[in-house]
Design a protein around this ligand. Structure first.
Ligand code: AMP
Length: 271
């Protein structure tokens, strides 16, 4: 595995690789890697000749009072994990944007609810960095986790609307043995916080198990199960449009974002 820091050098290399007929796979991350990230890399590995993983904590997707400055980092551990799953190129840019960067990529509609409500500007930061990463890495396929379910839908939409020649693949949400969705932010949780964090998954399961077709009834059960300090949202939506449903008579997904102390966690479950 080689490590490249310069976006311009990486782009040159990738254009060569593409021209020589290699199929390029890409997994973008913010580092502090866990088995959720590694599952995406394995998925991509099986479908490409050359696998690129990026680690970049993207300032554009953090709000002013969010955890950009304390976001956990482990560059050496991350590199070892990437090597262990067969990553070919680890892209570790110090910065990704030129000083005079002026472009924002913004997807309307899908970004207005759920995390878009509680994190204004977040998805513009995500689509802008992913569009730029796609430009640098030139991947044929890119794998994103269903853990960030809304993000996956937004990126698929961006790729479709901009006719980007990238196949976006969603990888399953990976959980710890106790059921907690794996997240770099779980590092912030002490034992008591982790115990309460497990209520996110339990709330989603209670919503799934509830026999009623009525969404309000199911959500009430879910809310009663949550042991969070604050709930940004607990919703049942259509899996493609992400529009809130009143009644469940077809495909549906429950999504939650909630705070345990100073830590904001998200989770979701197909119903
Ligand atoms: P992040 O480093 O948090 O920006 O995440 C990088 C990628 O890993 C995104 O596509 C996430 O959706 C994905 N990811 C994070 N946690 C998980 C998980 N528990 N299971 C599956 N994918 C995940």
């Amino acid at each position: 595995m080689r490590t490249i820091q310069s976006p311009a050098s990486l782009q040159r290399e990738m254009l060569h690789l593409r021209a020589s007929g290699q199929r390029v796979g890409f997994v973008p991350t913010m580092g502090f890697l866990h088995d959720g990230h590694l599952s995406l890399m394995r998925l991509a590995r099986a479908q490409c000749d050359h696998l690129v993983v990026s680690i970049f904590v993207n300032p554009l997707q953090f709000g002013p009072n969010e955890d950009l400055d304390r976001y956990p980092r482990d560059p050496e551990g991350d590199a070892a994990k990437c090597a262990s799953v067969g990553v070919d190129t680890l892209f570790l840019p110090e910065t990704l944007y030129d000083d005079d960067h002026r472009t924002t990529v913004s997807v309307a509609g899908l970004t207005s609810g759920l995390c878009g409500t509680s994190r204004p500007g977040h998805f513009d930061g995500v689509t802008t960095v992913v569009a730029r990463l796609f430009g640098v890495v030139q991947p044929h396929i890119a794998v994103f986790g269903q853990k960030d379910y809304q993000q996956l839908a937004v990126i698929k939409r961006m790729v479709r609307d901009l006719a980007l020649p990238v196949e976006v693949i969603g990888g399953p949400l990976i959980r710890d043995t106790d059921g907690l969705a794996l997240s770099s932010r779980n590092k912030y949780l002490d034992a008591e916080a982790r115990r309460r964090a497990l209520s996110l998954r339990r709330a989603l399961q209670a919503i799934k198990d509830h026999p009623s077709a009525d969404v309000a009834e199911r959500l009430a059960t879910g809310r009663a199960t949550l042991e969070a300090d604050r709930v940004d949202y607990l919703d049942i939506v259509h899996p493609d449009t992400l529009k809130p449903l009143d009644e469940i008579d077809g495909p549906a997904r429950a999504l939650v974002a909630a705070w345990i102390g100073n830590t904001r966690l998200i989770d979701n479950l197909e119903l």
